[in-house]
Design a protein around this ligand. Structure first.
Ligand SMILES: Cc1ncc(C[n+]2csc(CCOP(=O)(O)OP(=O)(O)O)c2C)c(N)n1
Ligand SMILES: [Mg+2]
Length: 382
């Protein structure tokens, strides 16, 4: 386990005395909870589809990491760039990706983001220049390579005079690759507005963290590049949001790349085909008690933001929505075999379809909105 201190919501420290989460309205807190619950319910539905052999390929879950995925993405603005990996369904939901897009892609429908061709986790969105939408580059299989790509996206946007912060999530195992280190160093010297979320989830497939790095805190990976870094309790959504928000603002203000380490746990095997027998039960039990959704419910109760009954209603809403979206995707056609040679040559306008985005059901807090700046009055996003 990493040495203390790991920041949690009661130990606010990050040089900045103000905690951005205190600016969040009740609606926004509920929206964060909803996104995390929706991520979990979309994956629960994918498990059902996987067991019915309707998922084409493997299924990689983010159980236990929904909180950090949502709370980091919630610190962004809608035109920012995100590079999630397989544990970041929460980031996709937070950026407003319509759940049907996930189901289409996992079931290789002809309507999907890759027209049923590419790996089921490869979600991509390259918005039109003036669209109020995020750039999304989904999991790149060669781990570590998303960091130089993220740096390039943010640098390119800056060169075009349309700056975007890029946020990339990366696992502990992937931080051991050469591409990760080259990308970090490049981002540091170029002062690129890149925020890297490094997830210490205790395993890279079956390799425990102690055999992955000889340092005890994953955020120290950043130290040799002169990149600002911090480590937070990844299952404490407000602690994660606070740190992410400060880092995003600093990156946007020209202070260069930042790295946020999150201390969390992969609660299932690497994928559905891995029973994770190598993970000690005591470790899983300890982290079950720290489930991010259950913890956040406690926070919302304590703050008087929501009673359990209201949160149960949100749970049901997310679950029903995921089921409806899965059903709708399942009724869509598989790719037309005659289209197999389409999109091979540049002069064929058979391009990748744009993703559909949705707003969350929270009045005044659409899923794709400009997050309030710390100075803004919370809840005034009309
Ligand atoms: C360069 C590279 N090496 C190996 C793999 C195979 N692989 C895919 S995911 C994975 C484990 C990654 O662990 P980590 O980075 O800790 O992320 P986590 O799965 O824990 O979220 C491995 C070894 C790969 N995709 N790319
Ligand atoms: Mg890992």
């Amino acid at each position: 386990m990493p040495d203390k201190p790991i920041l949690n919501a009661d130990e606010w420290r990050i040089a900045d005395p103000d905690r951005p989460s205190e600016q969040l309205s009740r609606e926004q807190l509920l929206e964060m909870y909803y996104f995390a619950r929706l991520a979990r319910e979309v994956e629960e539905r994918l498990v059902v589809l996987f067991r019915q052999s309707k998922v084409i390929g493997g299924l990689y879950r983010s159980l236990g990491q929904e909180g950090e995925s949502v709370a980091t993405a919630y610190a962004l603005e809608r035109r920012d760039a995100v590079l999630p990996l397989i544990r970041n369904m929460g980031a996709l939901m937070t950026m407003g990706v319509r759940p049907i897009e996930i189901f289409r892609q996992y079931m290789a429908r002809g309507t999907s983001n890759s027209r049923g061709r590419d790996l089921n986790i490869h979600i991509v969105h390259l918005p039109d220049a003036d669209a109020d939408e995020p750039v999304i580059v989904g999991p790149i299989s060669m781990l570590g390579d998303s960091i130089p790509v993220a740096a390039g996206i943010a640098m390119g946007a800056r060169m075009r005079g349309r700056p975007r912060v890029a946020m990339a999530w990366i696992g502990d195992g992937a931080t051991s690759t050469g591409a990760f280190h080259e990308g970090m160093n490049f981002a540091a010297v170029q002062k690129i507005p890149l925020v890297v979320v490094a997830e210490d989830n205790k395993y890279a497939y079956s390799k425990p963290i102690a055999r992955q790095m000889a340092i005890r805190r994953i955020d120290e990976r950043a130290a040799s590049y002169g990149i600002a870094h911090e480590l937070v309790d990844g299952n404490d959504m407000l602690a994660v949001y606070d740190a992410a928000r400060v880092m995003v603002e600093r990156a946007r203000a020209g202070e260069g790349a930042q790295l946020l380490g999150v201390d969390t746990m992969r609660m299932q095997g690497h994928a559905q085909h891995d029973d994770a027998r190598y993970v000690p039960k005591a470790l899983l039990d300890a982290w079950t008690a720290k489930d991010p959704l259950r913890q956040f419910r406690g926070v919302l109760n304590d703050r008087g933001a929501a009673h359990d009954r209201e949160l149960d209603d949100i749970d049901k809403m997310a679950k029903d929505y995921a089921a409806r979206e899965a059903e709708a995707a399942a009724s869509e056609p598989l790719p037309d075999p005659a289209s197999v040679v389409r999109g091979v040559y540049a002069d064929d306008p058979y391009t990748v379809p744009k993703l559909e985005f949705v707003r969350s059901p929270f009045a005044g807090s659409p899923g794709l909105k400009t997050r309030p700046t710390p100075e803004a009055v919370a809840g005034d996003d009309t």
